[in-house]
Design a binder for this molecule. Structure first.
Ligand code: ADP
Ligand code: MG
Length: 699
């Protein structure tokens, strides 16, 4: 792969893109907006697609396709003629170009894209691809995608010496072909960096710069399938670098924490026995084990950062409560942070029940509180009169001064981030952290999200749980579903009905039944008291409606997924999820955990006519970890939590699902590297990667 070396001075990977020819302030800013600041950023942004020149068709050899055929073809030619007009019927803008190569001409047409008249010019060399359609005088391309390959006076023919043409997405004013040129120059001028991967990881892989060349200018003998699938050794080199940097960051942070002195909670065996008096039942083996691990942390003299994982209903809350009690019984304060007010109230109610005559030591702190009430709450927290503090992120407000905060329990970490941890640190506090995950998180993702946390896993459900019958019912047969619900209501039980939250944009695409339509249906079909809750309600209105359901006065709760995060109503024995296909598997499993909490047998019904294969996973298993892994495989880490996940590292090449084994290996190698001490090269590289992958923002 001898590249013609550029005559200009060589550049390190850390050089700014502005050092490249033609990159002025406009391009520089546009690239920076897309996260491309250095040559390294530029080169790690791989082509989104390769055109295989072997597959570029000669225009003269294209046949008029038959009816219903939709063969996708790629052609390369020069624009001979370009015109724009308005159709008489429907008044649509029509752009037409005549594309010519040595063998013939082909008509290209676009509808309603008036900007094309400004973008394209006669004489442009154009690479166009799209499905071939039958036209009047022969085949034509309607609405093809295209790249402008060259324009009079510019010469990008060099790219065409090769079989593969890399295509890059346009970034604001920086066109794909501009990126081609910048990448070419960067590859020609970049100095090969020193090897920084340990031998265990680098063995058998091309060097960094070679890997980048292989991916930006694939040699003719490359396999197009491997390129598309990111399955070449060159991809593995880049993925290894990303994952190793990530693993190093996590390992270092953890190592740093282990040297920090943590508050010692002075427990005794007698105290641990006494705590069990709070419990209305015997702990499961898994709960006992998890509590033991937490006690060991709290007494170790180091700061605890522990993730408590477990399936829905495995009893995480109880374990967290025991940890809080241990702190509170020895003169400290423990705070429990809930993601919503509904959930905070519910935790407070649980704590009150468990604390019995000690309930006065509990304090609830929410955002919207009356001024006097809030003042009193703050005073109780500052004076240590309250030792169990439960609230939403109002707990982080500046006004809150803790008397002696020793433990923070976070329910559903993924809604809290670094910022909240920082806020606590700002108060000069260094408490222990216990994070309860809402849904089981597959190992690979847990490593990525919480890699620097110790883990306790509750892999056992409390005894006496009734299994839940799960059904998938076609909307056409919905009457059967309402009969089942009616039967439960008639027996005195309660029902959840979940409607997907719909934004008006989706509605244009697919007909969905929204929450109003569902409310109308339920009121007509089921003569029982009903409350409706959704995300746009004011906090006290929401709380009042939830109370009506929790107290049993309302028999049906119709909700968008606000209930997902955890109301506990043992008398609710049936849940219906409308448009179940709109939900992730883990989300559905989490919803399902809302029923089956009492002694009666419960039902979980998904109404859906599509994606039945995916949804059937829920019918087949109740194992949250298996469901989570399936969900992750199907939707990828970004969608796993149902939102663009804050805190996931921004890998360009590595993929947490596909590369999970590689990640595990990187963790082991990083562990050894940190023990030995990092080389200077590794430290430099790590700093660059932390900025590029936004690694500093994890956990
Ligand atoms: P999670 O938070 O893990 O979803 P919870 O802590 O809400 O689970 O527990 C679910 C239900 O199981 C609660 O009603 C709780 O009181 C009950 N529970 C917890 N631990 C036990 C146990 N060891 N034995 C019996 N019931 C338990
Ligand atoms: Mg819970």
């Amino acid at each position: 792969m001898a590249e013609p070396r550029d005559a200009r001075p060589p550049l390190p990977l850390s050089a700014q893109v502005a050092a490249l020819r033609g990159v002025g302030p406009v391009y520089r800013d546009a690239l920076a907006d897309a996260g491309i600041v250095t040559l390294k950023d530029l080169l790690w942004s791989l082509p989104h697609r390769y055109v295989d020149r072997g597959s570029v068709r000669r225009i003269g050899e294209l046949d008029q396709p038959g009816y219903g055929e939709r063969e996708v073809v790629t052609v390369l030619g020069t624009i001979r003629d370009l015109r724009q007009s308005t159709t008489r019927v429907q008044r649509m803008t029509l752009t037409e170009a005549l594309l010519a190569d040595d063998t013939g001409t082909l008509r290209l047409v676009w509808f309603q894209q008036p900007h094309l008249a400004r973008l394209l010019r006669a004489g442009d060399r154009l690479l166009a691809y799209g499905p071939l359609s039958p036209g009047r005088g022969g085949p034509e391309l309607r609405g093809p995608a295209f790249e402008i390959m060259g324009r009079d006076g510019t010469d990008e023919a060099g790219l065409w010496v090769r079989r593969y043409l890399p295509l890059y997405r346009k970034l604001g004013p920086v066109l794909g072909r501009t990126r081609q040129r910048l990448v070419q120059e960067a590859l020609a001028r970049t100095l090969a960096p020193e090897e920084w991967l340990p031998g265990d990881l680098a063995r058998g892989l091309p060097a960094t710069l070679d890997a980048l060349r292989l991916l930006h200018q694939p040699p003719d003998e490359s396999d197009p399938g491997d390129l598309e699938a990111h399955a070449t050794p060159a991809h593995q080199r880049l993925a290894s670098e990303e994952l190793f940097a990530f693993a190093l960051g996590v390992t270092l942070r953890r190592a740093g924490r282990l040297t920090r002195r943590g508050q010692v909670v002075p427990t005794t065996p007698e105290l641990r026995e006494r705590l069990k008096d709070y419990l209305p039942f015997r702990l499961t083996g898994a709960q006992r084990q998890a509590f033991k691990e937490i006690v060991a942390d709290l007494t170790s003299g180091r700061v605890m950062h522990r993730l408590l994982q477990g399936d829905v209903g495995s009893g995480k809350t109880l374990v967290a409560f025991l940890a809080m009690a241990m702190v509170a019984e020895t003169g400290g304060q423990a705070a429990l942070l809930a993601p919503t007010e509904v959930l905070a109230r519910q935790h407070a109610a649980t704590a009150e029940r468990l604390l019995k005559d000690q309930a006065g030591r509990m304090q609830l702190l929410l955002g919207p509180m009356k001024a006097a009430e809030k003042r009193q709450a703050l005073a109780r927290i500052a004076s240590r009169e309250a030792s169990y503090i439960i609230g939403t992120h109002a707990l982080f407000q500046e006004a809150v001064q803790f008397g002696r905060l020793q433990l923070v329990v976070v329910d559903e970490q993924h809604r809290f981030g670094v910022r909240q941890r920082e806020a606590i640190k700002q108060k000069g506090l260094d408490p222990h952290w216990l994070v309860m995950s809402a849904t089981p998180i597959p190992r690979s993702l847990a490593l990525a999200l919480f890699g620097d946390l110790e883990q306790s896993v509750l892999d056992e459900l409390p005894p006496g749980r009734q299994p839940i019958t799960t059904r998938l019912i076609d909307p056409d047969a919905a009457e059967r579903c309402w009969e089942l619900v009616e039967r439960e209501l008639a027996a005195g039980h309660q029902a959840f009905v979940v409607s997907p939250a719909i934004d008006p944009q989706d509605e244009a695409k697919v007909p969905l039944r929204d929450i109003q339509a569902m409310e109308a249906l339920l009121r007509a079909r089921l003569p029982y008291d009903l409350v409706v809750v959704h995300g746009r309600l004011k906090a006290d209105d929401l709380a009042a409606r939830m109370d009506a359901f929790v107290s049993g006065q309302a028999r049906i709760l119709l909700a968008t997924t606000v209930i997902e995060v955890g109301v506990d109503v043992p008398n609710a024995t049936v849940m219906v999820v409308d448009h179940a296909e709109r939900f992730g598997l883990s989300q559905l499993h989490q919803l399902r955990g809302r029923v089956g909490r009492g002694a009666a047998r419960s039902q979980f019904i998904m109404l859906s006519g599509s994606e039945t294969e995916r949804l059937r996973v829920l019918v087949e298993t109740q194992d949250g970890f298996r469901i989570a892994q399936k969900d992750l495989d199907l939707r990828g880490p970004g969608e796993f939590f149902g939102t663009r996940q804050a805190g996931l590292p921004q890998f360009q090449v590595a993929d947490l699902v596909r590369d999970r084994q590689l990640l595990a290996r990187c963790r082991e190698v990083a562990e050894r590297a940190v023990q030995r001490g990092l080389s200077e090269q590794q430290q430099v590289w790590l700093r660059q990667e932390q900025a590029r992958l936004k690694l500093a923002e994890i956990s």
